[in-house]
Design a protein around this ligand. Structure first.
Ligand code: FES
Ligand code: MG
Length: 576
């Protein structure tokens, strides 16, 4: 075994002529690996969230093979391993409940195994954030290869978008504007290839942020899942991770405060999902980087929406890629980015952006012709949300940016679903729908129910938007004047818990205020007599209990309190 090679972490297992080295190597040889692959070359873990229960990631076994080609070619040893997969559309009560569990599994798998660098294969909403949180707490050289978006949805000659069209069509059915059988027909045309939601939902947003943060090769965010160029990207990522290991390019050298600031500005340009606020806060917490909820508003809200994609705009991810992809969009705001930020490609972000070209300015708009002037993330404060709340102005109705209305309150989402079509529901278009019990502890897991369907009675009047307030999240594919992530959540005894039907609430988006028109004394008195609708003690064992006892509130990213920070990659004790 050559002494002149740099000593990688894997040498502690594979580089020893003793009993422990025998054990580590011998069992691996059962996979058909020859002697000389243990010669000191970089060992690359391919951390795969492939699963048939996560349709957005169902092609990742095949993509992993292309990563392996690149690793072998560059002189590394690729070893693929599975981790928990989180299928956004299949898991209940919400995939978000399990993001931190995935993060724990990734962290411990990376640290415990003799690997020198890792390629994270993920895509569906919670998979990549969970993987990155875990990877950040170990800090090996890390590259992300995303699933890529599925092909544009098609229905009767028109493009339809993941999630966004589902929300639109289901409201049209409830309003009597669309037949149920036509709605059902759209089901097969919407999701017609592997890959993630092809609107600018959470998965596409996060894949673009990964690219903006330099954690992937260029165009990782936009190349369609089934496009041969995604297999090329996987192949090249296999080569790149070997180089990254040789250069000791650890995750923390790429994922810096500057990179996160670039990501936050990217949210505005692309009209990204509100969910990434939680994920970036949690990732920053793992790395010990300072990041506050208010940073999202400060850094993003002066940047207009340029990428005209659903749910804020019109087009879909295929269109974005063919129009030039993320680098072409970032080129428009280059003067607001940290262009010297390094990327795993070896180029700086500035070098990548400088080479970009826009091929379709109806999809990637110019600064003097934006899709919307208001974009990014608004962070609201007030006596209803002392720890903050957020809204996405590009997906909201401008007419409701400033609104005063009477609260119509629902203690649970089931309560709302049971009453939303009731003709006797005391609601009109100016009412503010208030939903409780959907925060991280309350649900538990903070589901994507904040974009409440409108009450049937209001829909029948042709109304398309109302102010909605909750401690829930909403799908990145959703739209409306929806105030989310109210902190503290109702289950934790936040003021949201004591709002009653008939109370008046004022939203002032431009001033970033959300106010319950009650005196401090009245709020305090109601809180003093407030009792939980359902006791938290329902969860007496297992992961649910761990989660409910330890989850942080939304303004801290909903990580588990004991997972914040990093433990590095060192393991000092042997297994036998
Ligand atoms: Fe998986 Fe949208 S459901 S990315
Ligand atoms: Mg989602």
């Amino acid at each position: 075994m050559a002494a002149d090679k740099p000593k990688f972490r894997s040498r502690d297992a594979y580089g020893r002529a003793d009993r422990d080295g025998f054990i580590h190597r011998s069992w691996m040889k059962s996979e058909g690996l020859p002697d000389d692959v243990f010669d000191g070359r970089p060992v690359i873990g391919i951390c795969n969230t492939w699963s048939e229960l996560t349709p957005c990631n169902a092609h990742l076994r095949e993509l992993a093979d292309h990563v392996k080609r690149g690793v072998w070619e560059a002189g590394g040893l690729p070893l693929e391993f599975p981790v928990m997969s989180l299928g956004e559309t299949q898991m209940r009560p919400t995939a978000m409940l399990f993001r931190n569990l995935l993060a724990m599994e990734v962290e411990e798998s990376l640290r415990a195994n003799p690997i020198d660098g890792v390629v994270l294969l993920g895509g569906c909403d919670k998979t990549t954030p969970g993987q990155l949180m875990g990877a950040a707490s170990v800090d090996l050289p890390t590259i992300v290869v995303s699933s890529g978006p599925m092909l544009n949805g098609k229905y009767r000659g028109c493009d339809i978008g993941s999630g966004t069209s589902v929300w639109k069509f289901s409201e049209a059915v409830r309003a009597g504007e669309m037949q149920l059988k036509d709605f059902m027909e759209a089901e097969s045309g919407l999701s017609r290839s592997p890959g993630t939601c092809m609107t600018m939902g959470t998965a596409s947003t996060f894949a673009c942020l990964v690219e903006a943060m330099g954690l992937s090769l260029p165009y990782n965010g936009t190349i369609p899942a089934v496009d041969a160029r995604r297999r090329v990207l996987a192949h090249l990522s296999g080569r790149a991770i070997v180089t990254a290991v040789k250069d000791d390019l650890r995750l923390s050298k790429i994922l810096t405060r500057d990179a996160i600031e670039n990501a936050i500005r990217t949210i505005a340009v692309i009209g990204g999902s509100t969910n990434v606020v939680l994920h970036l806060l949690a990732i920053a917490g793992r790395l010990g980087l300072p990041l506050e909820l208010t940073d999202f508003d400060r850094l993003s809200s002066a940047i207009p929406l340029l990428v005209d994609l659903q749910p804020s705009g019109r087009h879909l991810m295929e269109d974005f890629h063919y129009a030039g992809g993320l680098p072409a969009a970032l080129k428009q705001i280059a003067d607001k980015l940290h262009l010297d930020a390094p990327t795993v490609s070896g180029q700086t972000l500035g070098e990548i952006v400088a080479q970009a070209e826009c091929y379709n300015d109806t999809v990637i708009r110019s600064l003097d012709n934006p899709a919307r002037t208001q974009s990014g993330i608004w962070v609201l404060y007030g006596n209803l949300c002392p720890g903050g709340a957020i809204m996405k102005p590009s997906a909201a109705g401008e007419a409701l940016y400033r609104h005063r209305g009477r609260a119509v309150v629902f203690e649970t989402i089931e309560d709302y679903k049971a009453r939303m079509d009731d003709p006797d529901l005391d609601v009109d278009k100016d009412s503010i729908l208030v939903l409780k019990g959907c925060g991280p502890k309350g649900y538990p897991g903070m589901p994507e129910v904040g974009n409440l369907p409108l009450p049937k009675k209001v829909l029948a009047q042709g109304v398309k938007d109302m102010v909605r307030i909750s401690d829930a999240r909403m799908s990145g594919t959703a739209f409306g004047t929806v105030i989310l992530h109210v902190t503290p959540e109702s289950e934790a005894g936040g003021p949201l818990a004591i709002v009653r039907t008939g109370d008046e609430i004022v939203l002032d988006g431009q001033e970033r205020r959300l106010t319950l028109l009650l005196s401090d004394a009245d709020i305090a008195a109601r809180l003093a007599e407030w009792r939980r609708v359902r006791p938290v003690q329902r969860y007496k064992r297992g992961y649910y209990q761990l989660y409910v006892e330890h989850v942080l509130q939304a303004d801290k990213g909903c990580d588990l309190d004991f997972l914040v920070g990093s433990s590095g990659s060192t393991v000092v004790r042997e297994s036998h």
